[in-house]
Design a binder for this molecule. Structure first.
Ligand code: HEC
Length: 149
């Protein structure tokens, strides 16, 4: 082989290695994006679930009424549950303290509450606060609405 042929051969090899590397890098970036979102959702899942009185599917010993204990304030619910997504605007969540919430206000609190209870797109049902009462959810929504400039 001449020197020139060796150089061409080497260049081709380097080029193909580089393209394989960048392809696998792209693929791994893609899978990271989905798994990290799954991980966030997994991490922010509530630790426990409330078993309503009269619901025997979860055993009589754990039947505690959801209404026991004082209601949490809108700010408390926001900070412990909703802020996980709404503080930074994860997956297009309306961001706390921005005009995002001024836009949502037009829907009215009743419709916002109804959507929050059943969930919408990347917004999970009850914002993952499965033990929240409707009033607690409403308080959290009002807290976010009031944050709009
Ligand atoms: C896992 C992330 C996540 C959490 C946790 C979360 N939200 Fe959301 N929320 C979203 C996303 C994403 C949207 C935007 C959905 C859309 O319009 O596509 C949204 C939208 C909303 C809306 C607007 C609905 C509408 O009709 O426009 C309300 C109200 C809301 N969230 C309330 C809450 C409350 C209250 C909590 C806490 C109890 C909460 N969210 C927790 C992700 C989240």
């Amino acid at each position: 082989m001449t020197n020139e042929a060796v150089t061409v051969n080497l260049t081709l090899k380097i080029a193909s290695i580089a393209s394989v590397l960048s392809l696998s890098l792209l693929l791994s970036l893609n899978t990271n994006a989905t798994t990290s979102e799954d991980k966030i959702i997994e991490r922010i899942k509530p630790v426990g679930q409330v078993c309503l009185e009269g619901d025997d599917s979860c055993g009589s010993a754990s039947a505690i009424a959801a209404t026991s204990g004082p209601a949490r304030s809108g700010e408390e619910v926001y900070t412990s549950k909703c802020g996980l997504c709404h503080a930074a605007g994860v997956s297009g969540a309306p961001k706390f303290g921005t005009a995002d919430w001024a836009e949502r206000r037009a829907k009215g609190i009743d419709e916002l509450l109804a959507t929050a209870i059943k969930g919408i797109n990347a917004m999970p049902a009850k914002g993952l606060c499965t033990d929240c009462t409707d009033d607690e959810l409403k308080g959290a929504i009002e807290h976010m609405l009031n944050s709009a400039p």
